[in-house]
Design a protein around this ligand. Structure first.
Ligand code: JD8
Length: 415
């Protein structure tokens, strides 16, 4: 990969001589050239800035030196290749790992480091329309720096380390924060038992010393989910939040919530009724198709009936980053208080098939009062997918028609 950087403070980029990027340059993996903009300013003071048209504080960078600098870069190409021009700026698109991965695919990047109040706007037009460059204005983050150099340091490091061969074991790239949308898990090294202060001994989590790679992977994923939920819930899109539930579903005795790690589980209130009504409509469409019935309660119940259901049953909502992605309800059977009835088990259609349904069922079972002796479910006689999940969870279909026309009841003794 070729990288050109133009700045009035070329020494600001000296850190790119160091460490892995420095080694990658010496190994020829990265050809990074830093140019001083003043080389392209020819007046006595080699000035690169002037007062802003329209008035206002500060100075603006002149177009001519920048145009000559970019023309020089383009002219340095032996063929028709052109660099992708990246201009850091607080008004740019956010720099992310995904954008770093995109830029790392480019054979040639040029970074223009602005200073003062910014670069004359016509330089962007010249680059795009006169030189035919793809121009990307990118921001490092929502805070104000004095110039583009610091941003270029960060962007070059984030991009260059993705170039094959720059980072020794590429695997380590896989589990990094932001690589798959989750923050990284906590790391530990020797000693396993460390005296951090007189009389204070701190241990490494035992699972990491167990040699059980499956358990270690599960623990690390859990840590990543919990950290992301705690520090960056915005990153925790539903799809990610429910990933990894498959294994943990039904882990009895843990309050059944293991499989819901990273998700917001709460008792529903009437305020949740509109969303529950909507999710019910979405989730029971497949049941309607399977059982050829459009009068299944979740498809026709009114908002008032949904609110009434919330008062009649203990109802839980499952949210990821604020979005309602699932729900379940449970109650003592009106005619047999030792029977714990579970109902309205629903998972947003786009999130089905990841074990969240089983996790929700385990959760509902775990909420049963201590004197409950059995669990009860009801579903469509032709709801094959539900029946498969419930049988796998230990339920057995009861003979005869279920509590509602076209349905069957299923029961599981409580162990
Ligand atoms: C380039 C000039 C300074 C910015 C007047 C302060 C990026 N995340 C970021 N914050 N700030 C920058 C950035 C700031 C720059 C330049 C990038 C060139 N300045 C200007 C406008 C307000 N001064 C950045 N990436």
């Amino acid at each position: 990969m070729i990288i050109d950087v133009v700045s009035i403070f070329p020494e600001y980029l000296a850190p790119l001589d160091l460490s892995l990027i420095g080694k990658a340059r010496r190994d020829g993996l990265i050809d990074l050239r830093v140019h001083d903009l003043r080389e392209f300013a020819h007046d006595r003071h080699r000035s690169v800035d002037d007062t802003p048209y329209g008035g206002g504080a500060g100075m603006v960078m002149k177009p001519q030196p920048w145009a000559e600098a970019l023309d020089h870069l383009v002219a340095s190409a032996p063929d028709e290749r052109r660099p992708r021009l990246v201009v850091p700026g607080p008004g740019g698109v956010p720099f992310t790992q995904a954008l770093a991965r995109e830029l790392a695919q480019e054979p040639w990047l040029a970074f223009a480091c602005g200073r003062y109040e910014g670069i004359d706007e016509r330089v962007y037009e010249h680059a795009e329309h006169d030189l035919g460059l793809e121009v990307s204005v990118i921001s490092l983050g929502d805070y104000v720096l004095n110039g583009g150099e610091v941003a270029v340091l960060a962007m070059v490091e984030a991009v260059a380390r993705l170039v094959p061969g720059v980072i020794g074991n590429a695997e380590s790239l896989v589990e990094e924060s932001h690589e798959d949308g989750l923050l990284e898990y906590p790391v530990y090294t020797k000693p396993a038992s460390w005296e951090s202060a007189p009389g204070v001994t701190r241990e490494v989590p035992p699972v990491l010393l167990s040699g059980d790679h499956g358990a270690i992977a599960a623990w690390r994923h859990q840590q990543r989910l919990e950290r992301t939920a705690a520090r960056r819930p915005d990153l925790l899109h539903a799809s990610q939040a429910v990933r990894g539930t498959a294994g943990a579903a039904g882990t009895a005795g843990t309050g059944g919530t293991d499989g819901l790690a990273g998700l917001d589980v709460a008792l529903a209130t009437s305020a949740d009724a509109p969303e529950l009504m909507t999710l019910g409509r979405a989730c029971w469409l497949s049941e309607a198709r399977a059982n050829d019935s459009l009068t299944i309660p979740p498809l026709v119940e009114t908002l008032a009936q949904v609110v009434d259901g919330i008062t009649q049953w203990d109802t839980w909502t499952i949210r990821a980053a604020g979005r309602l992605i699932g729900s379940v309800r449970a109650r003592r059977a009106p005619d047999d208080p030792t029977q714990w009835q579970v109902g309205r088990l629903m998972v947003a259609p786009d999130l089905q098939g990841r074990g969240l349904g089983r996790a929700l069922l385990a959760f509902a079972e775990a909420q049963a009062p201590t004197d409950a002796t059995a669990y009860w479910l009801n579903t469509g006689v032709r709801s094959d997918r539900n029946l498969r999940i419930y049988r796998k969870a230990g339920y057995r279909v009861q003979p005869g028609e279920g509590a509602f026309p076209g349905t069957v009841d299923l029961v599981k003794p409580r162990r």
